[in-house]
Design a protein. Structure first.
Length: 237
């Protein structure tokens, strides 16, 4: 496998994966909305090709991937809606989370899979979350989207196994990224990541690289990666 398309590649886990796979010799198609961040990626990675688009724009996504050969698809882009009780949640925030975290990766996967099945080779990776497998207060819709991705990945694996296409869900615990940037102030984010116990994006990227390095006869169905030391909601030990 030599090419990888990564959504949400302008920061955090997606950016770390793009850099890591570029260093591992992959041709990387980095998808995101921040044109400046994509250009910075391109300057630092000779094999990184930026694709600036909104993954919820179905026509733009279809046009972008139409002529690409994609060996590895990494569905990583996602948002965290404002924290709070579901009974008080804005409908617009529900729609946005469902569209970005669930609908967009499912539709992108549908666009890319025919070529993988034809070649009888390929790998689809989803960035999941422990929130999709356990219940937490104030993130009901986010948890729902991640639980849906987990179910989709499991059933998709059954569909694609006869074609030799692999599917993996990466289930990460707390990772220090920009996920909460727009919904928590700087003080709250500092408290969340206090104690240096949270995972770093590079940790997840290394997991992805290791999984992709396995022979095609081996599939990692689900990989859980969480902080070694326990964290509280504030991020302290």
């Amino acid at each position: 496998m030599t090419t990888a398309l990564i959504t949400g590649a302008t920061s955090g886990i997606g950016q770390a994966i793009a850099v890591g796979l570029n260093e591992a010799g992959y041709t990387v198609y980095a998808v995101g909305r921040n044109e400046a961040a994509l250009e910075e990626l391109r300057r630092n990675g000779p094999s990184i090709s930026p694709i600036c688009l909104d993954i919820t724009d179905r026509h733009a996504v279809a046009a972008a991937v139409a002529d690409l050969t994609i060996d590895v698809l990494i569905n990583n882009a996602g948002i965290m809606p404002p924290l709070g009780n579901f009974a008080e949640m804005e409908i617009a925030d529900i729609d946005a989370a469902l569209e970005i975290n669930l609908n967009a990766p499912i539709l992108l996967t549908r666009l890319v899979l025919p070529q993988m099945c034809k070649r009888r080779s390929g790998h689809v990776i989803f960035t999941g979350s422990v929130a999709g497998h356990s219940g937490f207060a104030n993130i009901a819709v986010y948890s729902a989207t991640k639980a849906a991705i987990a179910g989709f990945a499991a059933s998709l694996r059954a569909d694609l196994s006869p074609h030799g296409v692999r599917v993996t869900e990466i289930v990460a615990g707390r990772v220090e990224t920009r996920l909460y940037e727009t919904i928590l102030d700087e003080k709250a984010r500092a408290a969340m990541y206090a104690g240096d116990v949270a995972l770093q994006p590079e940790d997840v990227a290394k997991v992805v690289e290791a999984i992709l390095a396995l022979p095609e006869r081996a599939t990692v169905v689900r990989f859980d990666i969480v902080p070694t030391r326990p964290v509280t909601p504030s991020g302290t030990k």
